[in-house]
Design a protein around this ligand. Structure first.
Ligand SMILES: Nc1ncnc2c1ncn2[C@@H]1O[C@H](COP(=O)(O)OP(=O)(O)OP(=O)(O)O)[C@@H](O)[C@H]1O
Length: 582
């Protein structure tokens, strides 16, 4: 609709020029005939004036209607496009692999695309494209009228804006190159802004006095951007401006030429049409010029959007086997090695272990040993570089990937605190059961969050976090209990808890983990923990050091072995007891 209306309105100025010339000439003729004293002929002249006048009136009314409808359609186009583009970007974001979020180059690409996420540029490109075609049609139709009167003058007026247009196109390309190279710095700017303006970082920023330092870093970068941008804007104004002057001089010259011609042939109507046409041609030429250079720049930026949308999706593929509702054999890692893509460090080195079905295994080891990486491989967020992971004796890649995820209740160390209601925070563990009050209540009880919910005004409908109205902020441990409840909401055959008790009080810890088997309803459980009070309840403890499995056994067995586990356990135990007691 927008294109159709715009194209019809493009022909209006040409018709206006022709009608204006006709109107002036009709008046001149009528005045000339009237002065000659022939009454009858004067009446005919008046009729012609009236006809052209009515024609002009109709055209003006049509132009008004077209522009009103055009504006409405333009607004709709803008709104639809911004909604659509944001949706496309979110949909794509969901379909990418974790690797693309953890890789800085892919992340840069994501950010570049996000800059287009309000759809502004897509809309601009669309309206510039339509606008340029409209201006070209106007230019051509008016030029056709001009050509009929004087081809040379028409040519002069038409060609004059070209040099300035080329200057704009060149600067459009420069602007894009500069902005493209800036992506990483733009992310830094955003990060400094984020650090200084969110509740998340306020405490540290304030107490370490980081505000002025962050501001200084921000200022340094943004000032640098400003200097470069100013240079570009100046260059563009100077070059395109001087070339634009050429076109103005050419237009004025054409005008003088037309006046001289009229003085010779007496066609006053043509001169009037000409005066109007020069303005229209200049405006449409400028429109085409700005449209094309803007389109060029926007198309380059939109290239970012499309290269993001074209990123490969879900390279990790699953098979078609349904995932078992209950494990019969368990989980096995067979000689699994792993190197993060784009790096050369072997993070896991030929790791092999078995976790029998229904048992709980705890992974312990120093920071950076590779424990979380094991979870990322088991959950298929990454694929092993070599070796095999089997569940119930079947290689994991043969299971349907979504079904595999549906059958794992996982909470990571850096779990999310959703600024939503308690219901959402727990229910997201099984989003299909978001309105199943009984199930949410059970999950809360299992994760030890029921008492927190009872104390909240509004219960499960209470808003959490500080981002939205009436949000209640919880303590670190309270948030962790909510996250634990989310993992238990899934009622999955495999439960993975990465540092689930780091922030939880000792009483709640022994309450939840003392009954873990009952709570997880016989699921096979993987725990990663630094607190040995959590670790010791596990049926099997695996010690990971430098990417290798170094010890394996129950708490008692490992104590008897007197290796790393025993040393770490005694170290932690010694911290809890007084000298004499020890
Ligand atoms: N996305 C990544 N890309 C590259 N290297 C990574 C990535 N994530 C982790 N690593 C590296 O892999 C190693 C193991 O990390 P992992 O998170 O598995 O350790 P962890 O044993 O869970 O440590 P912690 O006890 O501190 O949680 C570390 O050396 C880390 O630097």
């Amino acid at each position: 609709g927008y294109v159709a209306v715009t194209m019809v309105s493009a022909a209006v100025p040409g018709a206006q020029v022709a009608l204006t010339a006709g109107a002036v000439q009709a008046v001149v003729n009528a005045v000339g005939v009237g002065a000659g004293g022939a009454g009858g002929a004067g009446g005919a002249g008046g009729g012609a004036v009236l006809a052209v006048g009515l024609g002009l009136l109709g055209l003006t009314a049509l132009a008004h209607v077209l522009s009103t409808v055009g504006e409405y359609l333009d607004t709709m186009l803008r709104l639809e496009l911004s909604a659509k583009v944001s949706e496309l970007i979110m949909t794509k974001g969901i379909r990418l692999d974790l690797q693309q979020y953890e890789d800085s180059e892919a992340y840069d690409q994501l950010q570049r695309a996000f800059q287009e996420s309000n759809g502004g540029r897509v809309y601009q490109l669309m309206s510039q494209l339509v606008g340029s075609v409209r201006d070209t049609v106007t230019l051509l139709s008016v030029s056709a009228v001009l050509f009929a009167w004087s081809p040379w003058i028409a040519l002069l007026v038409l060609v004059s804006p070209v040099p300035s247009m080329l200057a704009h196109v060149w600067y459009g390309k420069r602007t894009f190159e500069v902005e493209f190279a800036r992506t990483a710095d733009r992310r830094r700017l955003f990060y400094y802004q984020f650090l200084t303006t969110t509740d998340h970082s306020y405490k540290e920023v304030r107490l370490f006095g980081l505000g002025p330092h962050l501001l200084e870093r921000y200022r340094g970068l943004i000032r640098h951007f400003l200097r470069v941008d100013r240079g570009l804007a100046r260059g563009e104004s100077l070059l395109a401006g001087s070339l634009g002057l050429l076109s103005a001089v050419a237009a004025a010259g054409a005008l003088i030429w037309a006046m001289l011609t009229t003085a010779g042939n007496g066609q006053v109507g043509e001169l009037a049409g000409f005066l109007q046409a020069v303005g229209v041609v200049q405006a449409s030429a400028l429109g085409v010029l700005l449209g094309v250079s803007g389109m060029y720049e926007n198309a380059l930026f939109i290239g970012n959007l499309f290269s993001f949308l074209n990123l490969p999706e879900r390279r990790i593929r699953g098979g078609d086997l349904p995932f078992p509702e209950r494990l019969r054999e368990g989980i096995e890692f067979r000689d699994v090695s792993f190197v993060y893509p784009g790096t050369s460090v072997t993070v896991l080195d030929r790791v092999s272990f078995v976790i029998p079905a229904g048992r709980c295994a705890a992974f312990v080891g120093p920071n950076g040993a590779g424990k979380t990486t094991i979870v990322k491989l088991l959950t298929r967020l990454y694929e092993p570089t070599s070796g095999q992971i089997l569940i119930d004796g079947v290689p994991v890649e043969r299971y349907d990937l979504d079904d595999l995820h549906r059958h794992m209740g996982v909470i990571f160390q850096d779990f999310i605190k959703y600024d939503m209601t308690v219901r959402h925070n727990i229910g997201f563990g099984q989003v299909e059961a978001l309105h199943d009050d009984e199930r949410i209540g059970q999950a809360a009880a299992r994760g030890g969050a029921d008492a927190i919910v009872d104390a909240l005004p509004g219960g499960y409908e209470a808003m959490l976090g500080r981002h939205f109205e009436d949000g209640k902020q919880l303590s670190g441990g309270q948030w962790q209990k909510i996250a634990l409840s989310r993992a238990f909401m899934r009622q999955a055959p495999i439960v993975v808890l990465d540092e689930p008790t780091a922030a939880i009080d000792a009483e709640a810890e022994s309450e939840v983990f003392g009954r873990l088997r009952e709570i997880s309803q016989g699921a096979t459980a993987l725990l990663i923990a630094h607190r040995f009070s959590t670790v010791r309840i596990a049926d099997k403890i695996l010690v990971i050091e430098g990417g290798r499995l170094t010890e394996e056994g129950s708490h008692e067995e490992l104590l008897r072995l007197d290796g790393t586990y025993a040393r770490l356990f005694h170290l932690q135990a010694a911290g809890y007891v007084t000298e004499p007691a020890a």
